[in-house]
Ligand binder design. Structure first.
Ligand code: HEM
Length: 399
């Protein structure tokens, strides 16, 4: 990341920084965001068409809570005019609020509680499928399969279809932006998953069942059924929001536990600490960096935004801000006060946070009951990618 000259008259640093997906040593982006925060509260990136980065917790929180200024009509900083609209993430209130009202009951604490036995059963099945091997790639063999399996059950689809969803994830969410044919492969992946959901919606319209798609097909907004196009956009968003996120969070958490035996042993001996430790992992490894589009010219926290400008709100900048958090760079697995915003804040705060939390607790608990001691395989080069900051592979070994 190179610092560049300030433009004439500008009172802000300009950096050559982008968050596209391409492999870098693990930890690179969290450190880069920490560095940016200490340069200035707002920074201009010279990448793409040029966009802003807000770097401090107070401003990021406020931006997330002001959809009248910071719109979700685009949430990717280098795509200010997207040709798609994922629901509810890319809607602003009040349109977005109506969809949240429909989706809320599916992800409520009570709905998640009812799913709990199935979540535990799927988690245990997966771990037992490789426990005797003494090794696995944590991400490929567990962290991705686990939330995908749960998602399939919520959709009412056979678990045997999981591989298809994981292949679409590879094309749409996980591929490196510098890979040959990236754009073409991604477009093909989006077309395939869109066609899949369109077909599923048509099937459930004919033959309603006890699953998410049937529920959505029968739901209404202000008395009118939800159009197919919006149902497809909702399914696509759930696919993008719910699978890789849990996998990435698990990967960062287990990388920490595999390399910090003291913390690992403590969780094995005191599983009651798992929910508290989970919050600390969410805080320290807050990998989502939402984008927003400015609705008007405004000076916000000193930053001279113009209508149409894009701004990046890296959540780790907020959750690791020393102005708001004690010992922000340490992982304190019994941290008592931890009001982090790893699930966002304001109207778009993560709708799946109850489900995500339970999946994370169950994964840590069931894993450590069966595999209490493990380490990262020797001679592993740990790489991450930008965008949503995530690890690519995490080979683990145990006796
Ligand atoms: C550790 C796992 C997860 C993390 C860290 C996470 C984080 C986030 C964040 C930061 C946002 C806000 C995005 C923004 O402000 O534009 C968000 C939105 C959302 N998340 Fe999650 N998420 C996780 C898991 C899930 C799961 C499991 C689901 C459901 C299957 C889910 C569904 C959603 C939905 C539907 C939204 C959009 C809400 C709206 O726009 O109103 N997430 N998530």
């Amino acid at each position: 990341m190179a610092m560049m000259q300030q433009p004439a008259g500008g009172a802000y640093p300009v950096v050559d920084f982008n968050n596209r997906r391409s492999p870098k040593p693990a930890g690179t982006y969290f450190n880069l965001y920490d560095d940016l925060r200490e340069i200035s509260p707002f920074i201009r990136s010279s990448a793409d068409q040029g966009w802003w980065i807000l770097t401090r917790q107070d401003a990021i929180r406020e931006a997330l809570q002001r959809p009248d200024i910071f719109s979700n009509t685009s949430v990717v900083v280098n795509e200010p005019e997207p040709v798609y609209r994922l629901i509810p993430d890319m809607l602003d209130p009040p349109e977005q609020t109506a969809f949240r009202r429909v989706l809320g009951p599916v992800f409520s604490p009570r709905a998640v509680k009812a799913r709990e036995p199935a979540i535990v059963a799927r988690c245990v099945e997966l771990i037992e499928s490789f426990v005797d091997d003494g090794r696995c790639d944590f991400i490929e063999d567990f962290a991705r399969k686990f939330p995908t399996t749960i998602f399939m059950e919520i959709l009412g689809l056979p678990v045997t279809e999981s591989a298809k969803f994981m292949a679409w994830e590879d094309l749409i969410i996980r591929a490196s932006t510098s890979a040959p044919d990236y754009a073409e492969n991604r477009a093909n992946g989006v077309a395939e998953v869109t066609a899949y959901f369109a077909d599923l919606i048509a099937t459930r319209r004919r033959d309603s069942r006890d699953d998410l798609v049937s529920y959505l097909v029968n739901a209404d907004i202000d008395g009118a059924p939800i159009p197919d196009e919006d149902l497809i956009s909702t399914c696509l968003l759930l696919f993008m929001a719910g699978l890789d996120t849990v996998a990435m969070q698990l990967a960062w958490s287990f990388l920490h536990l595999a390399t910090h035996p003291g913390d690992r042993i403590r969780l094995v001996n005191e599983p009651v600490l798992i929910p508290v430790a989970t919050e600390e992992f969410l805080r320290a490894f807050a990998f989502v960096a939402p984008g927003r589009k400015l609705t008007r010219d405004i000076e916000f926290d000193g930053c001279p935004f113009k209508a149409g400008d894009m701004v990046l709100l890296p959540l780790s900048c907020a959750t690791r801000d020393p102005r708001a958090v004690d010992q922000p760079y340490d992982i304190v697995i019994d941290r008592e006060v931890n009001p982090h915003i790893a699930f966002g804040a304001g109207p778009h705060r993560c709708l799946g946070s109850n489900l995500a939390r339970r999946e994370l607790h169950i994964a840590v608990e069931e894993w450590h009951k069966r595999i209490p001691e493990y380490r990262v395989m020797e001679n592993t080069e740990l790489l991450e990618h930008g965008g949503m900051v995530g690890l690519d592979l995490l080979p683990l070994t145990w006796k």
